[in-house]
Design a protein around this ligand. Structure first.
Ligand code: GLC
Length: 579
């Protein structure tokens, strides 16, 4: 099987980043750095799966409007929404056919504006997903470009004229056949890093770049507050198309991504869009090394504001799971590298990964609640901006999909085809896919115990997880000890304690195999976070001189501390003041 984006990202991060030494000490960045996108808690909505208002089985804006009070009740401060633009939906909207038009499935521009205003009224900002490494092959630019070599849109894409022979091999993340596809009308090949229906845009062309800035300005003028730049590290390429060494896909980003020119384009974008409209941007992917990530978000460089790297989510890719020691190491590495300069996103799940509790917690009925509470306590008590993926505030779980016929995702199907072609053990392949597929995280939001979890009155586009009868918003709303109410408390606690945003993060009990414990300190504000990552009791002694005080949040009724002795119940999560 050709390495997946995930494997590749995992490899490059391991190779690239381990060679750099994290700084020894963590310090406290000045609170004057304060910006809403640093202090906020971001909530990601996959619009297709959130709430359907018209019974067509697809989530829509009016459904989200119905749930604005729910969003406010969470205590989140920003929403990042996956793409909702006109699209043939080959990759669920990450193939955009018109960047200024709304896919009628989601509603109208008036609905969008009403939704945005409703969020604004509730103090919730909006982050738009901008998919401009590639467009859809149905976009007018590509439709015109493919027809004639003289088209004014020809240079909006990357072409290889067939008279030069076969183009040098390029890896594609979704297409087992590779990254070039032939177009008969103009006897040439076009490049696509993702599916063949997602031709890469040519960022080396200033006209194309201006088109993108105009699109961003269009949405900034509508009032969006930030941009998530999809797959952006691939935007700048070496268009002389040199031959890459065999097996280069293992180090894919190094070859395909973050060409030096990308920094120039980001600076240009900053000047054209970010600065005048006072919006922020986070790009998906942060290069191969800590230095790459720094270069993207160093405030003095005026490029991006937040680094969003994959090393966190790459820790749990297979049913074998992850080690707590590795988890601590990875988070410490990124925290210490950004302690003084730059800013990172804190996340363990999104629409490209299976569910949080299945990969990092324990989805069994006995531990699902406490382990998700523990993970949310972790995510919302770290330095950086926490991103919560819809449903993870409830502990929504993976769905069982053991056969390939049930999958609709282009990524899953592409990987399946590659595995078949390579003669892999398909039973094992399906086991891993069932655990790790991103389709797990795209099932409809579980609102209540009525038909289809209250998501739709029609036939849902994707099967609702059968556990919705017990696991849903209505049930958790009514239970003060639910995952949902714990999430709300945690979001509230973060809002009221900027030490959780800016304070120095220092691990204690470093070698403990079950407990992740750390302090968050800023001036006189001192907090201690105690998390049991295991399904059994965990004991430890606190370092001398560390005097635990008032408990601020606890997912069990019992206190875990007695003097300097700590006993945490399975997946217990506690934040205390330090006296
Ligand atoms: C990003 C998106 C993913 C999409 C891909 C192609 O990685 O997060 O969902 O499939 O880009 O646009």
């Amino acid at each position: 099987m050709k390495a997946s984006i995930i494997t590749i990202l995992c490899l490059f991060i391991l190779i690239g980043c381990t060679s750099e030494k994290p700084k020894e000490e963590t310090t406290t960045p000045m609170a004057t750095n304060s910006d809403w996108w640093k202090e906020g808690t971001l909530y990601q909505i996959y619009p297709q799966s959130f709430k359907d208002s018209d019974g067509d089985g697809f989530g829509d804006f009016r459904g989200i409007i119905e749930e604005l009070d729910y969003l406010e009740s969470l205590g989140i401060t920003a929403v990042w929404m996956n793409p909702f633009f006109e699209s043939p939906m080959v990759d669920n909207g990450y193939d955009v056919a018109d960047y200024r038009a709304i896919n009628p499935r989601y509603g109208t521009m008036a609905d969008f504006e009403e939704m945005l205003n409703g969020m604004r009224d509730r103090g919730i900002k909006f982050v738009l997903d901008v998919v401009v490494n590639h467009s859809s092959d149905q976009h007018m630019w590509f439709q015109e470009a493919r027809k004639s070599r003289d088209s004014q849109y020809r240079d909006y894409y990357h072409w290889w004229p067939a008279e030069k022979g076969e183009p040098p091999y390029r890896f594609s993340l979704f297409d087992p056949e590779g990254g070039w596809d032939y177009v008969e009308e103009t006897d040439s090949y076009y490049l696509h890093t993702f599916a063949e229906q997602q031709p890469d845009l040519n960022w080396e062309n200033p006209k194309l770049r201006q088109e993108v800035y105009d699109i961003m300005k269009f949405w900034a003028e509508k009032g969006v507050n930030g941009f998530r730049m999809d797959a952006f590290q691939f935007a700048s390429k070496d268009i002389t198309y040199p031959e890459f060494p065999e097996g280069y896909e293992k180090d894919f980003i190094k070859y395909h991504g973050l060409r030096p020119a990308l920094h120039d384009y980001l600076k240009e974008m900053y000047k054209e869009v970010m600065e005048p409209y006072d919006v922020f941007a986070v790009a998906e992917g942060s290069g191969s090394t800590l230095q790459d990530a720094h270069d993207l978000v160093d405030a003095d460089r005026k490029e991006l504001q937040v680094a969003y790297h994959f090393e966190y989510v790459d820790m749990a890719r297979t049913p074998a799971g992850y080690e707590l020691s590795q988890f601590k190491k990875v988070f410490s590495k990124w925290d210490s590298a950004f302690a003084e300069n730059g800013w990172v996103a804190i996340f363990l799940s999104n629409h490209d990964n299976a569910r949080l509790v299945n990969r990092f917690g324990n989805p069994s009925p006995e531990f699902r609640t406490v382990s998700t509470q523990m993970l949310n306590t972790f995510l919302l008590s770290m330095r950086g901006t926490p991103y919560t993926y819809y449903g993870d505030e409830l502990g929504m779980t993976n769905i069982d999909m053991p056969t390939i016929e049930e999958y609709v995702d282009i990524d899953a199907i592409g990987k399946y085809k590659s595995a078949m072609a390579k003669g892999e053990d398909m039973k094992e392949f399906m086991k891993v896919l069932n655990y790790s597929s991103r389709e797990n995280a795209r099932t409809p939001m579980q609102w209540d115990s009525t038909t289809n979890a209250g998501f739709t009155t029609g036939k849902p586009w994707k099967k609702v997880n059968p556990n919705y009868k017990e696991l849903n918003v209505a049930a958790q709303d009514a239970d003060p000890n639910s995952v949902l109410n714990h999430f709300r408390k945690m979001a509230h606690l973060r809002k009221g304690n900027l030490v959780l945003v800016y304070g120095a993060y220092d691990i204690i009990l470093d070698d403990h195999e079950q407990i992740h414990a750390y302090t968050r300190i800023q001036g006189d504000e001192k907090l201690l976070v105690l998390l049991n990552f295991s399904d059994s009791d965990a004991t430890a002694n606190l370092p001398e001189g560390l005097m635990p005080g008032e408990i601020l949040i606890n997912n069990y009724a019992s206190s875990p501390v007695d003097g300097d002795a700590v006993t945490l119940k399975p997946y217990q999560a506690v934040i205390l003041k330090i006296n």
